[in-house]
Design a protein around this ligand. Structure first.
Ligand code: ADP
Ligand code: MG
Length: 339
């Protein structure tokens, strides 16, 4: 191999906002036969928005449920947390009737620049969370001092346990999921939404349904990869039902869902061992870092998190999936020229 050809390759890549760390990454990319995609933020836009909510308890007002969920999520950097904060803020700003709220929310809550992000986190939720713990692949667990309105109806404000997250979180904490809650989840997940449950004092009081649309180029990119003779897989921490719906939209049959961050690297390792071919991993999150390292070629997409960028062999500066094609194609062309 001539180092010069590889350098030309990396130079062309750089012009397309594709950073390649070293010529050997380019060479390994040439041997890739399986491409594993993270779902959230990689195949989807990573800008999830709340599309529906439900309150299951008659003891908790909608506003209070929102305040408590938001107080808990204010500590989290997760995109789902951001969606809940944005929803809570716009609901609480416009009024109290949930019907009015639904119609005044024009589908998506204003899209995030940094001030928006700051604003969301700094909103003075009427209740305060403390000792918040983020639980990877599950959600958030914290203590919350209930809102003033509780005191107004004669109840003493006292600190309660608040959990915001998925089924696994509720199971871990011994919180039962009623038939009513389970049915709500089945319905929303069947529509491709992710459900986030909110439990106050060991009882599920409400839920959010959150949708994260596919990137418009995703379908084309997956079919182009298939034409290049590459198999596409999805690995995600999200639930099975939502993951299968996204996969079906893309024509992908190989799906692993409800995978914890460490598990993503395991999935990659298993594919390498079973198929004895090069495996590429494409991801954007902190969660994806171990898998990006394990893969023969780790591709971090979007400005990404610093950790993902560090773990990757390729960094795609734009969040455009077409760049995955450019990157893999470039390696082929470069090496055709070399050998
Ligand atoms: P992905 O692999 O799709 O990027 P993650 O591993 O980040 O997903 O999260 C997996 C699941 O864990 C989410 O779908 C959600 O159910 C739950 N989860 C994680 N963090 C939070 C949070 N801050 N709030 C609510 N749910 C969360
Ligand atoms: Mg992700």
């Amino acid at each position: 191999a001539t180092p010069t050809a590889a350098m030309v390759g990396t130079g062309i890549a750089a012009k397309n906002g594709i950073l390649i760390k070293g010529a050997d990454a380019l060479e390994r990319a040439n041997k890739v036969r399986i491409v594993v995609f993270d779902k959230t933020g990689t195949l989807t836009k990573g800008r999830p928005a709340v599309t529906d909510h439900a309150v299951f308890s008659t003891e908790v007002a909608f506003e209070e449920f929102l305040h408590m969920a938001a107080a808990a999520e204010a500590s989290s950097e997760h995109p789902l947390a951001r969606a809940i904060l944005a929803y809570a803020r716009s609901c609480l700003r416009v009024g109290s009737s949930s019907l009015d709220l639904q119609s005044s929310l024009s589908g998506e809550v204003s899209d995030g620049e940094n001030d928006e992000e700051e604003g969301l986190r700094n909103t003075a939720w009427i209740c305060r969370a403390h000792d918040a713990e983020g639980l990877a692949g599950r959600g958030v667990k914290c203590w919350v001092e209930p809102a003033v309105p509780l005191a107004a109806v004669g109840l003493q404000p006292s600190t309660v346990r608040v959990l915001v997250g998925n089924r696994a979180l509720m199971a871990d904490e011994g919180v039962p999921v009623s038939r009513e809650v389970a049915d709500y989840m089945l319905e929303k997940e069947g529509q491709g939404a992710t459900c986030v449950l909110v439990a106050i004092a060991q009882s599920v009081v409400g839920a959010f349904a959150i949708k994260d649309p596919l990137k418009p180029e995703a379908i084309g990119v997956v079919s182009a990869l298939r034409h290049m003779g590459l198999a596409c897989h999805i690995v995600t921490g999200d639930n099975w039902r939502t993951a299968r719906i996204v996969a079906a939209q893309l024509g992908i049959i190989n799906v692993q869902a409800e995978v914890l961050p460490a598990g993503k690297a395991e999935v990659v390792r298993a594919l390498q061992q079973t198929h004895k071919v090069g495996v590429a991993m494409v991801g954007d999150g902190v969660n994806d870092s171990p898998a990006l390292v394990q893969a023969d070629v780790g591709i971090a997409i979007g400005s990404g998190t610093d950790i993902a960028v560090e773990a990757a062999d390729y960094v795609l500066m734009r969040s455009d999936l077409e760049d995955v094609l450019t990157a893999l194609d470039l390696s082929k062309k470069t090496f055709r020229r070399i050998y």
